[in-house]
Design a protein around this ligand. Structure first.
Ligand code: SF4
Length: 329
């Protein structure tokens, strides 16, 4: 079923590991304040914080926990480092199950890396012997969250230092937020088709396969009377959209989209303008200039030669320009 937001909210609401907001909830009584989150993203997002270890009743400070898995075991377990008989796997999993419904209106989640509770990937899993840890673990809380909310954009704070991963995450968050706004207004066939139309070039920049697949799905919606169950149709649409947007938009893909967009104005461009536009696109394709450079020039030409279809494309501004996320990719 498609989740509907109970209230229309004016900006994205995200879950976050409490320690990243500077709350002293870690095992050692400290925190891991993330300045990009508290100084920049908090200008655009509302954060709701969760500390799973505190929430299951562990004190602060407390003995640290870790993930373990014996050779013969199927499941990873969260146990106290000094005493493996003290296990918290079930409590963390139950807590995640209990709070996930509260997150139905969330547009994303930022988790603390390396944590046996909150980490999203590459969390160390220890064996019983003194062998080196396997770095393929996922924190117990986040594993459950990802299973319950597979479409929710989730990212680790450590990965947000990478400009392309950061831009990708924020793009997904704002896309999810626009989707949730669409649902809160009441989903209609026309609304879904317009949503897709406006996200076409953005999706193309991330994943051409998903772009084609969703195009086919939407043409079914336009042509056939498949909207009897619009909710399940929309759930499948969102799933494919989020899978597609997870793929990184790299310079070659941006260059291809920019060539497409340029096609809509090229008949108006003088030969000098056309050459200038092509030069900027090719410079980005070769990764010599960030994508904001050709996009800025394109926007200049779009102001000079307006085109309603292109003006409506979120590709040109998928997130607030003040975040300057496209200046570094
Ligand atoms: S990583 Fe998660 S469990 Fe650990 S202190 Fe931070 S919020 Fe709490």
């Amino acid at each position: 079923m498609v989740e509907r937001m109970s209230n229309i909210v004016s900006r994205p609401r995200l879950g976050i590991s409490s320690c990243l907001l500077g709350k002293p909830v870690r095992f050692d009584g400290g925190h891991k304040r993330n300045n990009y989150v508290t100084g920049t993203l908090s200008e655009y997002f509302d954060f709701v914080s969760f500390c799973p270890e505190q929430a299951i009743g562990l004190p602060t400070p407390r003995k640290p926990i870790r993930l373990i898995k014996d050779a013969g075991e199927a499941d990873v377990r969260a146990v106290e480092v000094r005493d493996y008989s003290l296990e918290y796997t079930q409590q963390l999993d139950d807590y995640a199950r209990s709070v996930t419904p509260e997150m139905s209106g969330f547009s994303g989640y930022i988790v603390k890396k390396d944590s046996p509770s909150c980490g999203m990937e590459r969390v160390k899993i220890y064996g019983k012997e003194n062998s080196p840890p396997d770095k393929r673990g996922v924190g117990i809380f986040t594993a459950r969250l990802m299973a319950q909310r597979p479409d929710l954009p989730i990212e680790e704070e450590g990965r947000l230092t990478d400009p392309r991963l950061r831009e990708n995450f924020v793009t997904r968050v704002f896309t999810m937020f626009r989707w949730q706004s669409l649902l809160s207004e009441g989903l209609t066939r026309a609304g879904l088709i317009e949503f897709h139309t406006r996200h076409k070039f953005l999706l193309l920049a991330h994943d051409e396969t998903a772009y084609r697949e969703l195009g086919r799905l939407l043409s079914d919606l336009s042509v056939k009377a498949v909207a009897a169950d619009l909710d399940s149709f929309a759930a499948e649409y969102l799933r494919l959209l989020m899978v597609g947007l997870r793929r990184l938009a790299r310079p070659g893909k941006h260059a291809n989209v920019l060539m497409h967009v340029m096609g809509y104005v090229k008949n108006h461009l003088t030969s000098d303008e056309k050459a200038e536009m092509l030069e900027h696109i090719e410079a980005h394709r070769k990764n010599l200039v960030p994508v904001i450079v050709p996009i800025t020039l394109l926007n200049h030409f779009l102001r000079k030669y307006p085109n309603d279809y292109i003006a409506g494309q979120y590709y040109l501004e998928p997130h607030p320009r003040e975040l300057m996320l496209r200046n570094g990719i």
